[in-house]
Write a protein that binds this ligand. Structure first.
Ligand code: MN
Length: 315
């Protein structure tokens, strides 16, 4: 953390990156850090980078257009992104120096300096620790809200196994900044009527197997008919995790990306490892929460079968 702070203090320009299809932890850590640097070091130039906007973009800050020249003369900080291909805006590689800060299990080294703590519940928690290494002074409400939103979503409201005393200490520190907790919860977890009806659809149509495997495949026509975007649909994977007897649950969404039609999926589990299986299917992630990408029907069925075998102890 001290090394990272020294690098930030030495830099005149800093570009902060995060992963594609950003979730509130990617956005919260990004805008939390960007805002904190702006407030703490007003003489520095700092930019939030990335093209994808993500599901909750309206709750976070704005992006500016940044030229290659600016990136070249900057320190790049890449947040919440385990592998190079997933960084949103590959121009981070142009920067004179780069730092990765992440809580995903190590996948590949792409930055000059990498700080990885896969016991941390979120990247926003790591940014909170970084800031507190510099000072215990109360943060602005805006910065604290960004970081708190990242912590709250990645821990599923302080309920995941990764939630620790350190997570709660960070949250307590942030709450000192006059956070409006009920508004934050409503902004993040309140839903529109179409999402509510979509939850009903999932509950009604999920395939529930006796051994504890539960999954649902959603094609494009269904999503269109139910008026939900792939991003909104993906959020609902946790809906399937509420049943105690479900061991592994998965949600697969048919998508058209760059001219090809395929399934992307989210895998979740109560205790059995799933990220090794995700790796076999163009994905990866945390041990109990991972993603798969670009599967055709055959690969999709094969992935479902691997999950089935995992539950049976045959894989
Ligand atoms: Mn995260």
């Amino acid at each position: 953390m001290k090394i990272i702070l020294d690098k930030i203090e030495a830099a005149n320009t800093i570009c902060v990156f995060r992963h594609q299809s950003p979730d509130p932890d990617a956005l919260g850590s990004q805008f939390g850090l960007v805002n904190w640097i702006k407030e703490t070091y007003p003489e520095k130039q700092v930019f939030a980078m990335g093209w994808h906007r993500g599901q909750s973009a309206n709750l976070f800050g704005d992006y500016e257009t940044v030229s290659d020249e600016v990136v070249r003369n900057s320190l790049a900080i890449i947040l919440d992104t385990a592998n190079k291909a997933r960084v949103d805006d590959d121009r981070f590689a142009l920067a004179y120096d780069s730092i990765k800060i992440d809580h995903h299990p190590f996948t590949d080294q792409y930055a000059h300096y990498e700080y990885i703590d896969d016991s941390a519940a979120s990247t926003s928690e790591l940014i909170c620790q970084l800031i507190r290494t510099k000072s215990e002074q109360v943060l602005s409400t805006v910065t604290a809200t960004y970081l708190y939103m990242g912590i709250l979503t990645d821990t599923l409201r302080f309920s995941t196994q990764s939630t620790s005393a350190s997570t709660l200490h960070c949250a307590a520190f942030l709450v000192n900044s006059h956070l409006n907790l009920s508004k934050i919860n409503d902004d993040l977890f309140g839903m529109e009527t179409n999402e509510f009806l979509f939850s009903n659809y999932i509950r009604h149509h999920a395939v529930i197997e006796d051994e504890g495997l539960v999954y649902i495949k959603l094609d494009r026509e269904t999503l269109k008919r139910l008026n939900v975007t792939p991003g909104q649909a993906k959020e609902k994977v946790n809906e399937l995790g509420l049943v105690r007897s479900f061991k592994i649950w998965a949600l697969f969404i048919e998508q058209e990306e760059e001219g090809s039609v395929h399934y992307n999926g989210s895998l979740r589990s109560r205790g059995l490892t799933v990220n090794d299986i995700a790796k076999k299917y163009n994905g990866g992630g945390h041990r109990l929460a991972a993603a798969v990408k670009q599967l055709d029907e055959v690969k999709l069925e094969s992935c479902i079968n691997d999950l089935r075998l995992r539950i049976k102890g045959e894989l």
